[in-house]
Design a protein. Structure first.
Length: 162
């Protein structure tokens, strides 16, 4: 679950990591920033779980904005909570300037696909929060979902389009 690189080296460098606290997110981004090519940008895609500490939600955004160039706020495991409300509580941690380099995309699969479409070849994309988990819990139902598989499928679609 820690710092797993996904993909073939074509396109952006994509890292899937379990970081789901502000501190872990900061540490992961600081580590990745060191490996960023010259004019590459550091992306951070993340969400927060539902029915858990809601106080950390804005802090996650603040941590991400401090170290990443582009932010994508999406769903994690909303559980019984309204995913839209969780996303808004996360975004509340951003200044208006930081919001300009942030995007909110509801579905996690869609967020991953869109981010990888926008990221350049020398960018690094951190997909944080779920790591090796193979499900997403929405409205009390666990659905099969893997960040790693989503990234692989998304990168494959891009390579077929090239």
């Amino acid at each position: 679950g820690r710092m797993q690189r996904v993909g073939s080296g074509e396109g952006p460098t994509v890292i899937v990591d379990y970081a789901h606290t502000p501190e872990a997110l900061e540490n992961a981004l600081i580590a990745l920033r060191k490996h960023l090519p010259g004019d590459g940008r550091l992306w951070c895609l993340f969400g927060c779980g539902g029915d858990r500490d809601s106080g950390k939600r804005p802090l996650m955004a603040t941590a991400a904005a401090r170290h990443a160039d582009r932010l994508v706020i999406t769903d994690d495991n909303p559980r019984s909570e309204d995913p839209e409300q969780i996303r808004q509580q996360i975004a509340a941690g951003l200044s208006s300037q930081e919001r300009e380099r942030s995007e909110i995309i509801a579905g996690r699969g869609e967020a991953i696909a869109k981010t990888l479409q926008q990221a350049a070849a020398d960018d690094v994309v951190l997909i944080a929060g779920k790591g090796h988990e193979n499900y997403q819990e929405i409205a009390g139902v666990r659905q099969a979902f893997s960040d790693v598989e989503e990234v692989q499928a998304s990168l494959k679609r891009h390579e077929e389009r090239r």
